[in-house]
Structure formats: C-alpha cells, structure tokens
Design a protein. Structure first.
Lengths: 378, 299, 262
C-alpha cells in the first residue's frame, strides 16, 4: 500500500438482493497504468467500475483513491471521472458547454480561463472547431471524443471508461484503441477500462483483471493473461479451448511427466506450483500453438496425441481443424495458410493425424472453476 | 435497504409532500365526506337530518336507506338506460374505429401517419361541451339536418331529431370516438407486419389472418379502448343534458339533479358511490387483464 | 388488395368528416349574417363584435383565464414533483401514490364535483373563484404528473450521473441537467392543463359560486336559453384558443432529435 497505487480495493462486495454482483474483490491499480476489467456481460465489471466512480455504494469492503478512503464519498467529491458507455453528453448543451460543465466545481472560473482549458481538452482529442456543435450533430466517434475531453478537462486522478468503444464500428474501434492508448501514455493518467472484448483489452492494457461471476479470476500483465491463463474460465475466455486431462507420473528436474487420459506420455516444464504423483491435472494449449502431423513424434520428445479429423474450415488466412482424440475430447487447431494454395493438404476429413505441440506452450490450469471435470479430478 | 436507497426514499417523500397534502385534503377527504353522506338522511330543508342515537340508527338499518331507495324501479330504469347507452356507444365506437385505426397504422403512407393521428388527437383535447353543442346546432328543428332532409324531399315538415335516445347516442359516439381510435392505433402500430406475411406464407387466407393474428395481437388496444369509452359514457352528464330530453335521464343527470336541484345530498351521494363502484370494478378488471397479458396501452 | 385499401380509405375519410364537419359547421355559422341560423346569408363579424360588448361573456373569459393561470401554475409545480418522485425514486407506498394520482381522472367528473361541493359545504368554505381553482388543481395535478412522468421514462439516467461525476451536487444537477431536459414535458403538461381547465364544465358547475362564472358555464347557460350566432362565435374562439395550445403541446412532446438517432 503506497503512493504508487491510484486505486486500492479491499474485499469489495455489492449485493443486489440475494445476488452478489461483485463478490469480495481486492485489487490495486497502479498510478499511471492502463488497467482493464475484462469479462462477459454480467460478470460484475461495470458494477465494480461504478463503485469506483461512486454511483453505487458497496455492501462491504473499501475503496481508496489517491491514498484517501472514498468508500462512501459521493461522485462529485471524487477525483475520478467517467467516460460513459453511451457517452452521456448533455443534449441541450454545445460541445464547448459540455466540456466546460464541470470546470466551475474544480476552481476553474472566469470565461477566459475556462475557454483555455476547454480549448486544450478539445485539442487533445483533435476536435478543434467543433465547439459550437450539439451532440446530435456529431458522429459516434466524435461524441466519444467529446466525452473523453469533458472528463480529461478536469485532470482526474483516475479516468474510468465503461465500454466506450462498444458503439463504434469495427474499423474505427481499432483506430481509437491505438489513439486512446497513446493518449493515456502521454498524459500519464491512470485509466480503468471496462470491456468484454479480449482483443481490445490485450491491445491497450498494461494489466488485465479477468472477472467472472463477481470475482477476479486472474490479474496479470496483458501478455501473461493471454499466454498463461490460470483457470479454465480465463483460458476459455481468451480463446484457448483445448483442454487435456492427464495424471502426474513423476515430478523431477523441473519437469512434470504426465500420462494423458487418452493414452501416451508427455513432459511439461514445472510452473512453480507444487504437484504430487498420481494427481490429476488439466492443461491447455492455444489452437495456434497446436500442430497437425502425419507421424507420431513422441519418440523425438514432442508431445503427440493420435486424433481423428472431424472438420476442416477454410478461413482465408488460416484453416481451422476440428479433431477428436481416443477419449472423445474435441480440440481445435488453427493452421496458418502458408503453403501454396494448389498444394493439397495431407489431411482429409475422417482421416487420422497426430496432434503435436511444444512443451513450453502447455499451461497447467487450476481446476476449481465450478465446471465439472470429466477426469474426476476436483 | 442500503443507505442510498434510504436517502432516495427520503427525497421521494419530500417531493411528494405537496401532492399528497393537496390530493389528501381536496380529493380523498371530500370523497370520504361524500361517502359518509350517503349513509345519512335528508333533512326537511335539505342538508342532513340529525341522528339522535348512532347505535339504533345503525341497528335499524336506516343508514342504508339511500341505497335501498336507489333500487326502486324508477332509478333502476335510469341505471339500466345508462348501462345500455354506454354499451351501445362502446360497440358503435369499436366498429367504427377499428378500420380507421387499421387504415392509419397499416394502410396509409407512413409520412401521413402523424398528421392523421394528430387529427384524431385534436378533438380528443378540445371542449366536450362545444363539440356536443355542435350537434345540438345541427339537429335542432330549424337546424341544418332538417333543412337537408326537407330539401331532399324525404320529409315535408321538420322532424324531431333532438331530445331522444338517438341524439344522445350520436353525441356520445361523437364525443368518445377519439378515445377508441387512439389506443387501437397504438396497438396496431406496434403490430409486426411480418407476422401477417408469415400467416399468409403459412397458407392462411386474409380473413383468417385478420381473425387469428391481427385481432388477438391488438386485443390490449381493444380492451383499453373499451375502458376509455365505456367508463366516461357511464358517468355522462353533458350529452344527455343537452341532447337528451326529459326522457333520457342517465345516472350522471340523476346525481347532478339530486345534489344541485333536489338538494338531497344523501341520495345523490349514494348514487355517486354506486357509479364510482361500477367504474372502479371495471378498472380493477382491466388491471387484472393487463397483468395477465403484460401489455398496457392505457396507464 | 387495392380494393380493400380503397374501402378502408373511404371509411377513414368519412370518419374524419364525421369528426370535423360539426365543428366546421359551427365555426362557419359564427360568421353568418342572420340569426335564422340554418340559412347562410353572407359573411359578417357582427357576432364577434357583439361579444366584445357582452359584459357577461367578458367577465366569464376573465374568470376562466384567471382560474386557468393560477390552477396551472400550482398544478404544474406539484404535478412535476409527483412525477419526479415516481420516475426517480423507490419508496414505500409507490403503488398507492400512483393510484392516488390516477384516481381524479378515473372517477367520473360528476362524482368529483359532487364530493367537492359537499365537502366545501361541510367545512363552511363559500363557493367562489378560489373553490374553482382548488377543484381544477386537483384534477390538473394528475395530468401534469402523467405527461412529465412519460417524459422522464425516456430520460437517460447516465446524464445525471455524468453531471455528478463532473462535480455538480444533486441540486445543481437538477437545475443544470434534469430540469432543462424535462422542460418540454413540463411545458406541454402545463399547456394541456390550461386547455382542460378552460374547457371544464362539469366539475366547475358544482363548485363555482356567484360571480365565479367561467366561460363554459356562461356558454352552457346561453345554450339552455337558446342558440344564437353569438354562442357559435364564442365557441369558435374557445376552440381556436385550445387548438393552438394543443398543437404547441404536441410539438413539445415529440422526442428530442438526439434521442431519435440513438
């Protein structure tokens, strides 16, 4: 706990009736970082954000912002500002008046001083010249930038963003992601960003907290969340849906020797967590890290699992294969279409193949996500 | 209840203080007084006859004398006529309005829809009195209708068009028609036209589609319209007073007459509460209906 | 298909004719030169001119305007408060409050009038313009509350949250964001209430004291005596006035453009 934390959240819970929308969340958001709350709708990310903003009061727990306790402080006394999902621009005010709205409450008074601040804020989002327009005369992207300027004009300690790109089309969204990231880095303001789009979170965030059913499943650097999911939920949510069940045979020299449920033995590097022999574990390999081979490579120290090819889906830059192993588990393989188009694939639907991967790309996950484990492990 | 909810409730109570006080003092309280009046008896010079002993008064059943009186055939006949007039008015309005609402919502070009609805809304809000007077003006013995009848040679002498059930009916239908068209339009406008196409696609002839899809889908509007027309027709006063003769007394006229002319407040109150009870029963039935269908075009 | 559409169109046209022809005839004959009122004898403004010299009508107009203005002012504020409470807050007794607000419109006018006049008699309040104002406030509150409540239901709560977020306190938020945004609803509710107040006959006839004759009461008593072109003239003026108010109210009730685009 110290000056390098912008937001400190401890055991925060919000119940609506019997439902805990946010359930005992604790996390620190560092000063100046781009922090994302990622999860499906209903996971509690927006409720958590709204509690930081002061729009919902927590049932239990505490929130400190900039080192001061703000658990029950009303929104108008918090050093945070919000970019709302629908932007919430005041329809009866011009762009300029929208951006100037909060200045008088922050000691910026006088026409000229306000005009200067408004001008700076609009320059920041490249909207000079739009001062006199009304919100309904702007495009979606422009409205989003006005909302951003309006919040930034108050120089908040923390900027909260509630899915602000959700209403934009795909192409514009990509552009804005980069601009927003750039803006955050140059201003050095802490951003807390809520999204359900994993790609968006990866593109912009320094760190990500993945939420599920009111709890934080994993909080890590963006790349680690993607490459090293800790739970089945996170793995699934990040698009890695190939789960392998196995039994620990031996733990030795930083390696784990496992017997696969479908038969065959693989070795994985130890990940720091303790494992005992005979323990049942599950690990995941991302689809793009799996390979289809015609021959069994286990003799060469490469994990190989015999599978039957069920489906082939051509997707332009890649081909998606759906295969099934002897234990009837389904796996997805993502193959880059690097070879010349005319060259026939050695694999055909209904044929046999071997699923191979590099041991480094297998990640052992915690099992306790409440999803039933077919191998009978806890 | 969290702190936020409690403070929200406090704010609500502060906001509601003026409406509660005004409606409590000048609406609920007067209704209560009127209700009590209905259990009294008229004094010799109007007003209330003093009650000597409340116990014996209640035990003797005298407090229900006004309600008993209202069951006399003379009054039953008035209630029956009010009811019958309201039923006929509602039926005529429904039959006339449905095709109009259908035309506005489905057939008419979209750009003209607002204008057509607006033309129904305007009479909805304009003076009922003057709209009733307009018919008085037309149906008089020396009025336009009689002139047209005579000019066409259908009759050689003016016909008595005013002061009968027919003129009251015209006045009622004329006054209430917008109240039927608007809810019907509201539910027809929401009707998903692709449902009609789906029905046709499934082989239903047009008549069958109308009865099996359109009508059931717009039932909430039909029910709301019936309520909006039937309830005011039942308590109607102006139309029967201006367009009806002495023979066309309705419940509304009876109440007005007892209170303002006969100075029999107890009896007038009793009839007023019978009317109120009928209206509230209808509205209760309506809320049960909307709870069941989950669709309320009205409230 | 076409034939059906044509039939429906013809039917609709006849119904619109039915709705407007009587009004049109009434208006037309207010300009008729004779008081043999069923025969058109040429255009005149005679009857309007004579209205200006009719002391009874002039005083009735004055009374109506006074009652309309005062009742509307009170009912608009009180009705808006009720709408804000119902639209914004959760509280015990919400269902009962909503019912209480609908009741004055639901209960037959004649009953409301009877109850008020009896009540005024019991508490010894002399019938006057003041009792008319009270009666009009009672039913007007409900109309304002309903119209403003409708406006609030389309109101985006996040706008108020945004104001709070930007540092405005709740009361400042109300004046700077909420009120400007619901103002069209408030004004349109007020305009409708003015028309209802100026048009009301039934309730007013019960609670108006001597010298508190409003325009509808005056017209009614003229009708009872006999139909004259003067009645047509004053009716035309009343119609024209209320139609203007209604059109303005309708305009204001249209949703603002920024909502339409989403």
């Amino acid at each position: 706990m110290g000056s390098d934390s912008s937001v400190e959240i401890r055991s925060l819970t919000k119940r609506f009736g019997d439902v805990a929308a946010v359930d005992g969340v604790s996390l620190d958001i560092r000063r100046g970082e781009f922090f994302s709350l990622l999860g499906p709708s209903g996971c509690g990310k927006t409720t958590l954000l709204r509690m930081i903003g002061g729009f919902e009061l927590p049932t239990e727990g505490s929130i400190r912002i900039g080192g001061a306790d703000m658990t029950r402080t009303p929104p108008y006394e918090r050093p945070v500002n919000m970019v709302f999902q629908n932007y919430a621009l005041f329809p009866h005010l011009t762009v300029e008046e929208n951006v100037a709205f909060g200045l008088r409450y922050h000691g910026v008074v006088g026409r000229e001083r306000q005009a200067t601040v408004v001008g700076e804020a609009l320059a920041l989002v490249q909207l000079e010249g739009y001062e006199k327009r009304r919100p309904h005369q702007l495009s979606g992207g422009q409205r989003q930038r006005v909302a951003l300027a309006r919040a930034l004009a108050l120089k908040p300690e923390v900027l909260l963003l509630d899915e602000p790109l959700g209403a934009l089309d795909q192409k514009l969204r990509k552009e804005v992601q980069v601009q927003l990231k750039h803006l955050q880095r140059s201003l050095g303001i802490t951003f807390v960003f809520v999204t359900h789009d994993q790609e968006e979170a990866l593109t912009m965030s320094d760190r990500i907290a993945v939420m599920n059913r009111g709890r934080v499943e994993q909080m890590d650097d963006a790349a680690r969340v993607f490459e090293r999911p800790e739970t089945e939920f996170v793995a699934n949510f990040m698009g890695a849906s190939n789960f392998f069940a196995a039994r620990v045979r031996e733990v030795a020299d930083g390696t784990l020797r496992l017997v696969l449920a479908a038969g065959g033995e693989v070795r994985l590097p130890l990940n720091g967590r303790p494992h005992r022999p005979d323990e049942v574990v599950r690990f995941v390999v991302r689809p793009e890290k799996l390979d289809l081979r015609a021959r069994d490579l286990s003799g060469h120290g490469v994990p190989s699992v015999g599978v039957t090819i069920e489906e082939r889906v051509y997707q332009g830059i890649s081909t998606l294969w759906i295969v099934r192993d002897a234990a009837d588990e389904r796996f997805v393989v993502y193959e880059q279409n690097e070879k010349p188009f005319e060259e026939a694939s050695p694999f055909a639907v209904g044929g046999r193949a071997f699923l191979c991967w590099s041991p480094d790309h297998a990640v052992i996950i915690r099992g306790e996500t409440g999803i039933r484990d077919e191998t009978g492990a806890p | 209840m969290t702190g936020g909810e409690r403070s929200s409730e406090r704010t609500a109570f502060r906001l509601l203080l003026p409406p509660w006080v005004i409606l409590g003092a000048f609406f609920l309280l007067p209704l209560g007084v009127l209700f009590l009046m209905s259990f009294g008896r008229r004094g010799t010079y109007g007003g209330l006859k003093p009650i000597e002993d409340l116990g014996t008064y209640i035990a003797s059943g005298k407090f229900l004398a006004q309600y008993a009186r209202s069951l006399h055939p003379i009054y039953l006949q008035i209630f029956w006529r009010s009811l019958w007039m309201a039923v006929v008015t509602t039926a005529v309005c429904l039959l006339v309005s449905y095709p109009v609402a259908y035309y506005i919502a489905v057939v008419a070009p979209a750009r003209r829809r607002n204008l057509l609805v607006g033309l129904v809304v305007v009479p909805f809000w304009t003076s009922f009195l003057i709209r009733t007077y307009a018919w008085m003006f037309i149906l008089r013995t020396e009025g336009l209708a009689n002139r047209l009848l005579m000019a066409s040679g259908l009759t050689s002498r003016p016909v008595e068009l005013l002061y009968n059930d027919f003129s009251v009916l015209i006045g009622l239908v004329y006054g209430e028609l917008p109240f039927m068209i608007l809810p019907l339009y509201a539910s027809l406008e929401k009707l998903d036209l692709s449902l009609l196409e789906a029905s046709a696609d499934l082989g239903a002839p047009r008549r069958s589609t109308f009865w099996r899809v359109t009508v059931p889908m717009t039932m909430p509007g039909v029910v709301a319209g019936i309520i909006l027309v039937f309830v005011p027709s039942l308590g109607q006063f102006i139309v029967s007073d201006l367009l009806g003769g002495a023979k066309t007394i309705l419940a509304g006229n009876l109440i007005q007459n007892q209170l303002a002319v006969a100075r029999n407040t107890p009896f007038g109150s009793a009839v007023a509460f019978e009317l109120t009870a009928a209206v509230l029963a209808l509205l209760f039935a309506y809320t049960v209906y909307t709870k069941r269908t989950g669709q309320d075009v009205l409230l | 298909m076409r034939r059906r559409a044509t039939l429906l169109g013809v039917h609709a046209a006849l119904v619109y004719l039915f709705l407007y022809a009587p009004i049109a005839i009434l208006v037309l004959f207010s300009f008729n030169r004779t008081n043999q009122t069923a025969v058109w004898q040429g255009f005149t403004l005679e009857w309007y001119r004579s209205l200006l010299h009719n002391a009874l009508i002039l005083s009735a107009v004055r009374n109506s305007l006074l009652v309309g203005a005062v009742a509307t002012a009170i009912a608009t504020v009180v009705g808006t408060l009720a709408a804000l409470a119902l639209g914004r807050h959760e509280f015990r007794g919400k269902g009962a409050t909503r019912a209480l607000l609908y009741l004055p419109i639901i209960i037959p006018e004649i009953v409301v009038g009877a109850a008020l006049v009896t009540f005024f008699g019991v508490v010894g309040l002399r019938l006057s313009l003041a009792t008319v104002v009270i009666a009009h406030v009672v039913f007007s509150i409900s109309y304002v509350a309903i119209v403003v409540r409708a406006r609030l239901s389309g109101f985006d709560r996040s706008l108020e949250e945004a104001a709070l977020d930007l540092g405005a306190r709740p009361l400042q938020t109300f004046w700077r964001v909420t009120l400007p945004l619901i103002l069209p609803g408030v004004v349109s509710g007020a305009l409708l209430v003015v028309t209802i107040s100026i048009d009301d006959y039934v309730i007013t006839s019960f609670v108006a004291g001597v010298g508190a004759t409003t325009l509808p009461l005056q017209i009614y008593s003229m009708l009872k005596v006999g139909v004259t072109p003067e009645v047509n003239a004053v009716s035309t003026l009343l119609l024209a006035g209320t139609i203007v108010l209604i059109l303005v109210a309708q305009r204001l009730q249209q949703p603002p453009p920024e909502r339409a685009e989403g």
